[in-house]
Design a protein around this ligand. Sequence first.
Ligand code: PQQ
Length: 246
Amino acid sequence: MTELSLTRATLEARLRQIGVDRYHDKHPFHHRLHSGHCTMEEVQAWVINRWYYQSRIPMKDAAFLSRCTDPDLRRIWRSRIKDHDGGEHEGGGIRRWLKLAEGVGLDPDYVASGRGVMPATRFAVEAYIRFVRDEPLIAAMAASLTEMFAPAIHTARIEGLLAHYSFANPTTVSYFRHRLGEAPKDVAFTLNWVLDRALTRADQEAALGALTFKTEVLWAQLDALWHGYVAGNIPPGAWRPGEGQL
Ligand SMILES: O=C(O)c1cc(C(=O)O)c2c(n1)C(=O)C(=O)c1cc(C(=O)O)[nH]c1-2
């Protein structure tokens, strides 16, 4: 027997509930970071590893564009790449992340080289790119909807960093401030698109599954960070405190 489709309101509520239950704002590493309890070495490890996620987001969006046959959808989606890459002179999110790297005492060239990124970070991020490249379009789009929950964590991060760490200032937190303006437009479009088009139960489950998968991509990165740099089990080849300093 085929299952009944969910109403639009129920599908939206279930998507939002995934954030309540599984978003990485609940991860102990984020509590530690935002409450000022991270050491500078832990902050540096976070900046280096999170760089990998950051730097691969536009590649993930390019993978999306490469399979998207609808020019209207491509036109809207390509603004995501612009948000991160920016223009030649002013740059975008990537350049702003490297300002944060400098602010925490890391050589931005070292961070941008990707050397020292933990294997688990790499595996999680690569899985996201592959998911977007290979899964049905609706799932590829729904996976980005973790951004529904990102403004709250970015606000908490800006406040937490400014309150507790001497490296925090308008330049080093500007990456997160910009995201507060950028993410809502992406979310509004993508959420409507998914709710308008996921009409069969199978497509609705695919969207829900994609969002769950994405929360796992994010959570796994922080688990690895904790294991490596809070619990002190740095994997072979990964960044060691003292490397890549300014
Ligand atoms: O700091 C965060 O917690 C966080 C989370 C997420 C997310 O939920 O995937 C993104 C971002 N930041 C972010 O800055 C960003 O550009 C971004 C793009 C995407 C995406 O899936 O396309 N997620 C996120």
